[in-house]
Design a binder for this molecule. Sequence first.
Ligand SMILES: [Zn+2]
Length: 183
Amino acid sequence: MSDNMTFPGDKIASIEEYEAGYNTFDDGDMVRAATIGEKIIDKNSRIANIKHPKNLSVPKPGDIIIGTVAAVMSSMIAVTIDYINDKPNSSKIECVCGTRNIRRKNIALVNDIAKLKIVSHINGTIHANMDDSNLGILFTKCRKCGGKVVPMRDAIKCTECSWIDERKLSSDFGKSDFVQVRE
Ligand SMILES: [Zn+2]
């Protein structure tokens, strides 16, 4: 993840050194980010700006996205995109991912975090897949009790109630740092 990524309220620069530019505010001491975005410090004009990732809001075929599962249907899931190629995305655009070819009882649950590859745009719908081993579910919970689950070969097991279930897990499953973009 980029070191230049900011969240609202993040300190960007001291007001003694820089003026607040686009998408920033001055709290009397520091220039802070007003939005999620990329920090752009202009050393010549001494202005600190945040570039909002609006222009990155529509993923292209080949892009890797991380998002939140919004709906699970019989042959596809809908995912709200939170990151495109590791850059935060606040546009809440959705993509769909066909799951018919995946031989699992459960592919994903609503509110799971999924990593997908964008494959095409068809009639205004963004299509993705999770066919590679690094694609699939990054974070999920137990369907019965909402407890923490751990992977067990191709399955997952709840650490609270021992319920065994399936997901199409990413090889990155359990690596919690995929969302640790702060600090
Ligand atoms: Zn459980």
